[in-house]
Design a protein around this ligand. Structure first.
Ligand code: ZN
Length: 233
């Protein structure tokens, strides 16, 4: 397993950070860091998926982006912002190579190519966050659920994910009973299968048709910006 963002760097740039990487596993549901916390490490997922969650004052939260081994977690606002703007939660268990934030900042200051690579990633992330905000406000829940499952499927290595109805409800910002009803719609169409604590993608092409246009728009942006998703790399 490797991180695609690191893999695409020039060898000189890779050497600036690779000796400092520390591999760390994460389990599903684990908080990597919370909103408002000082971020002292940058996480480069090697497998698994991490969700960025926007947390409201009453502690409810909604996912605004998902990151797998195409990218990095912990630099959501650029190198000038040392505090996390969102909560990072492991959505699918995996592991990450962690780099001390000061080592990463130092490497960035020495390499224009690395700054460009980071900009590609953060522009793509911003597009994802914007699209998700509009999608959450405007699109039907079954379309949003299909879009969200595809986002995970693009970044996961398997068709089946460990996810409870509660996890899904939390991601989409709705009640658990509602997720159950909407999941049944996709299940009846044989697009997904569900069990206690898991969901499996059965028909990916069908799920793409069932999702709103947001999924295709996000895919197009990542292709245009040169941020290949693990599934299509
Ligand atoms: Zn949408």
């Amino acid at each position: 397993m490797s991180n695609l963002w690191i893999e695409a760097l020039e060898p000189t740039d890779r050497r600036r950070i690779e000796p400092h990487l520390n591999e760390r596993p994460f389990v599903q549901g684990q908080t990597l860091f919370d909103a408002g916390e000082a971020v002292d490490e940058v996480w480069f997922p090697l497998d698994g998926v991490v969700s960025l969650m926007t947390v409201l004052a009453d502690d409810r939260m909604v996912e605004t982006a998902a990151i797998g081994r195409e990218g990095l977690v912990g630099v959501t606002c650029g190198p000038l912002n040392a505090r996390a703007s969102s909560r990072a939660i492991a959505q699918i268990e995996g592991s990450a190579a962690c780099c001390p934030a000061d080592v990463f900042s130092d490497a960035l200051s020495k390499s224009e190519a690395m700054r460009t690579a980071l900009s590609r990633f953060t522009e793509n992330l911003l597009a994802q966050v914007q699209q998700t905000a509009a999608c959450n406000a405007q699109h039907r829940l079954d379309e949003r659920l299909a879009r969200w499952l595809l986002t995970l499927h693009d970044r996961a290595d398997a068709d089946r994910f460990d996810l409870t109805q509660q996890d899904i409800a939390g991601m989409l910002g709705v009640r658990r009973a509602t997720v159950s009803e909407v999941g049944a719609l996709l299940e009846d169409r044989k697009l997904i299968a569900r069990g206690r604590g898991w969901v499996e993608v059965l028909n990916r092409a069908g799920l793409e048709k069932a999702s709103c246009g947001c999924y295709r728009m996000m895919r197009a942006v990542s292709t245009d910006l040169g941020v290949p998703l693990p599934k299509f790399d």
